[in-house]
Every structure is written in structure tokens, then in C-alpha cells.
Design a protein around this ligand. Structure first.
Ligand code: AMP
Ligand code: ZN
Length: 430
């Protein structure tokens, strides 16, 4: 199903011509209106008229999260103050957040992209859409809300309420689609099991949209099994509107990035140079239609790769592979590079293991993984427990090249975050 068929299946040469026009316009606008970019362009010795092809984007300077933090509470705004109608800030783990401003048109465009994203998974105006993401400065609430409303769904803006309340609303209003953090989806499935609720027979859920935090294919499969739904990966970041940047279609085989709104590059994060199509690297995005706050070559720090083959759905917008980590997520343990997702993949492939885990780095360079057992994962036999623990250590060692300590803890004993899950505690720097 298509929301905006013409834009979604635009032939690549046309799409690229459209991108170039918008890129040139964006560069001209920020050079005129945003002192930060005027200065950066001067330092790089580049003028708007130098952008003659899409490849010329490489002549432009990068924008980083640090740039946005440095200018906070202002943003890199290209409109008059009264033309901005909405502020969102990034969740930022440390220090100042990043302020992102939206004009009326930006809000409309973000809702359009969200609508496209939902409709390509099969959502229609008959759906009852329960938005379990936080409303407020975080974009996961409002941006998704506007998109689902645009499609015509009945939207339940519950936000991250208690599981009890979520369940009550699902039952009372016949929820068919949810927007939910993957870590919370797993927790919620456990809650349903505890309550004796079988989602396949007792609820009307059909689809779950999960994003906002890294998760693995194994986690998707777990959520699908536990909730009896189709799970679609949703990627976005506050700096680029929030959700609706890249989304999976009905084939669930990579995320279509809406290239008529965002210019996509994959670069080598260390060298800053573009990588050949298909090779994993850092995703860099340039907004093509942003009015209030255009961003040039924004370093997302997210690691992914382009899937060069066309998708069966007929959309021409490139697909990205699942985000495999962030450049600043990488842990270096005993000289070895480790991404938390590698640990998650191993843990979630073991049915005896529950959904919640945490990686603890301590001492000189010791790595420990604390993980919950599945609710039905412990038969009371201590020997079985030890066998499972040893199996996990071996599997992790083979994957990571570092032998971590593994501690199995009872189901439900690790803290559950209200927002994005915190998977790493690094005490080494204390
Ligand atoms: P925020 O701006 O607070 O919404 O955070 C955006 C960041 O969340 C992105 O840069 C990614 O690191 C992460 N993120 C969002 N969606 C996904 C996803 N589907 N898979 C992995 N990471 C994601
Ligand atoms: Zn597709």
C-alpha cells in the first residue's frame, strides 16, 4: 500500500534531479541565513554555486552533535523566530541537549513521511494506534502521533503509562497497532504472560513499530513471537524530525530512507571519506526540505550500510540495513572493539534467557554481563544454571574475543528504564 505513490516510486534519475535542486536551494538558504554555515562554508572555501552535482555535497563541511550542543539553546535556525512553531530536544545522554526547531511546513512534512512509513506496512484508517512512546520534548510521541492521525487511525496518546493502563486501553479500544520501545515491548510481553493474557487470542494487536534504540533481529523475532504481531523497524533522530526518516516496508528487509527529504551518505567515520555502496560506515544526512532548521551533512554516528538491490515493493528509495551500533557506542575492552548489539544478539538467541541485560565494565578492564533468566527459564536445578552460564560465556567469547563474566539473575530483577534502555555501565573511568 502506498500513501504518496508518485514520490515513493520516483525513478532514480528523477529522484536524483529533485535532490540536487533541493540541495542547491538548501545550501543557498543556509549560506544566506545561518551565520554558522556562512562561516563554515567560508572556512572550507566553498560557495553555493559550487554545488553542481550531488557528488559536490562532499565539498561541504560536516555538522556534528557537538555543533548543536555548542549553540544551545539556539539552533541553526534559518527562519524568523516567529516562524518556528515547535521545539524538540534530543534525549542526549550527557550535558546539554540539542535544540531542534520546526516550522509549520516542517511539521506537515514530518507527518507526511510518518504517514508514508506507516501505510507501507499496511496501516489504514481502520487501525487503532496506541502510541506508547513518551510525549513531550522527545519526538517519538508527537511526530508519530501526527503521522498516525494523518493516516486517519484512531490514535491513543497514552505515552509510557503503566503496563496495567496500556493493557486496559488495548482491551477497551481494540488496539491494532502500537509504537513502542523494543526493550519495553519485551518487558510488556512478560507482563502479559504473568497476567495470563494471551495476546493472540485476548488482544487485537497486529503490528508493532519499534525504534528509538538499537536492537537486533533476534529481539525483533522475540517480540513477534511473544506478542503475536508483525514488528517493523523504525529509525529516526530528533535532528532529522524524529521518527519517519527510515522505515521498513511490508517485506521487513531493510529500512527505506526517504531520499526526497534526506540526502544520504555513508562515510568512514575516522577518515570522513565516502565509502563504496554496501560497505558499513557512519550515516550522514543532509536535510533537503527543512525550512526552520536545515542541516548540512549531519554526522548521525549511527553505523549502517546501503542495500543496493531494489526492493520487491517497488519503492526506489534506498534501504538501509539495521543500525548495528553507534560510533560512540563502541566499547574498547582489552583492546578489542565491542558493540553492545553483539552481546544482545547472543543473549536473545538463547530461549532460556530473558529480555533484560546490562553490560558492566569495571576494574582494570573487566567485562561482566548480567542477564535475567526467562520467566520459565530456571527449573530449579543449579547444575543446569551453571551449564547455561558456561554456554553463554563460551558463545560470548567466540563472538567478542573477550571472555566476560556472566551472571544469571532472576526474571524481573534488573531495573527497567522509563525511556531508552541503558545497557552499559562503564565504571572504569570513575
Ligand atoms: P533521539 O534523537 O533521542 O530520538 O535519538 C536518536 C538515536 O536513537 C539515533 O541516532 C540512533 O542512535 C537511535 N535509534 C533510533 N531509532 C533506531 C533504530 N530503529 N535502531 C537503532 N537505533 C535507533
Ligand atoms: Zn520495500
Amino acid at each position: 500500500m502506498f500513501w504518496d505513490r508518485e514520490s515513493e516510486i520516483l525513478a532514480r534519475p528523477l529522484l536524483e534531479r529533485l535532490q540536487l535542486g533541493h540541495l542547491q536551494e538548501t545550501v543557498r538558504r543556509v549560506a544566506r541565513r545561518v551565520p554558522f554555515y556562512r562561516q563554515k562554508f567560508a572556512e572550507a572555501g566553498v560557495k553555493p554555486e559550487d554545488i553542481k552535482s550531488l557528488d559536490d555535497v562532499r565539498r561541504l563541511p560536516f555538522t556534528t552533535g557537538a555543533d548543536l550542543r555548542a549553540i544551545y539553546p539556539n539552533g541553526l535556525v534559518a527562519v524568523e523566530a516567529h516562524e518556528a512553531v515547535r521545539l524538540h530536544t534530543s534525549s542526549g545522554t550527557t550535558g546539554k541537549p540539542k535544540a531542534v526547531f520546526f516550522s509549520r511546513r516542517d511539521i506537515r512534512n514530518s507527518a507526511e513521511l510518518m504517514a508514508r512509513s506507516l501505510v507501507m506496512t499496511g496501516v489504514t484508517n481502520k487501525d487503532v494506534f496506541q502510541n506508547m512512546m513518551s510525549y513531550g520534548l522527545f519526538t517519538g510521541g508527537l511526530i508519530m502521533h501526527y503521522g498516525a492521525e494523518r493516516v486517519g487511525c484512531l490514535v491513543i496518546p497514552v505515552g509510557p503509562g503503566t503496563s496495567e493502563r496500556q493493557l486496559m486501553l488495548m482491551q477497551d479500544f481494540g488496539t491494532t497497532a502500537v509504537h513502542i520501545l523494543p526493550s519495553y515491548a519485551l518487558y510488556f510481553a512478560g507482563f502479559l504472560a504473568q497476567r495470563g493474557v494471551n495476546p493472540r487470542t485476548d488482544l487485537t494487536l497486529r503490528r508493532a513499530f519499534v525504534g528509538a534504540e538499537p536492537h537486533t533481529e533476534e529481539t525483533r523475532r522475540r517480540i513477534e513471537q511473544a506478542l503475536g504481531v508483525d514488528v517493523y523497524n523504525s529509525y529516526g533522530l530528533t535532528e532529522m524530525n524524529g521518527p519517519g526518516v527510515a522505515f521498513e516496508c511490508e517485506h521487513k528487509a531493510g529500512l527505506h530512507l526517504w531520499e526526497d527529504h534526506f540526502l544520504l551518505e555513508i562515510i568512514d567515520p575516522a577518515a570522513g571519506e565516502p565509502l563504496p555502496e554496501g560497505q558499513p560506515g557512519e550515516l550522514v544526512l543532509t536535510t533537503l526540505r527543512r525550512e526552520a532548521m536545515p542541516l548540512i551533512r549531519y554526522r548521525t554516528r549511527d553505523i549502517t550500510s546501503i542495500i543496493p538491490e531494489p526492493c520487491l515493493c517497488g519503492r526506489t528509495h534506498h534501504r538501509l540495513n539495521r543500525i548495528s551500533g553507534r560510533t560512540d557506542d563502541m566499547l574498547i575492552v582489552r583492546g578489542v572493539n565491542i558493540f553492545p548489539q553483539q552481546v544482545e544478539r547472543i543473549l536473545m538467541s538463547m530461549p532460556q534467557v530473558g529480555p533484560n541485560y546490562v553490560i558492566i565494565l569495571d576494574g582494570l578492564d573487566d567485562m561482566a554481563v548480567k542477564v535475567e533468566l526467562a520467566a520459565a527459564g530456571f527449573d530449579g536445578d543449579v547444575e543446569h544454571l551453571d551449564t547455561l552460564r558456561r554456554q553463554l560465556v563460551e558463545k560470548l567469547k567466540t563472538e567478542l574475543f573477550v571472555r566476560p563474566n556472566v551472571e544469571l539473575v532472576p526474571a524481573g530483577s534488573l531495573p527497567v528504564a522509563e525511556g531508552k534502555a541503558k545497557r552499559v555501565i562503564d565504571r572504569r573511568s570513575l
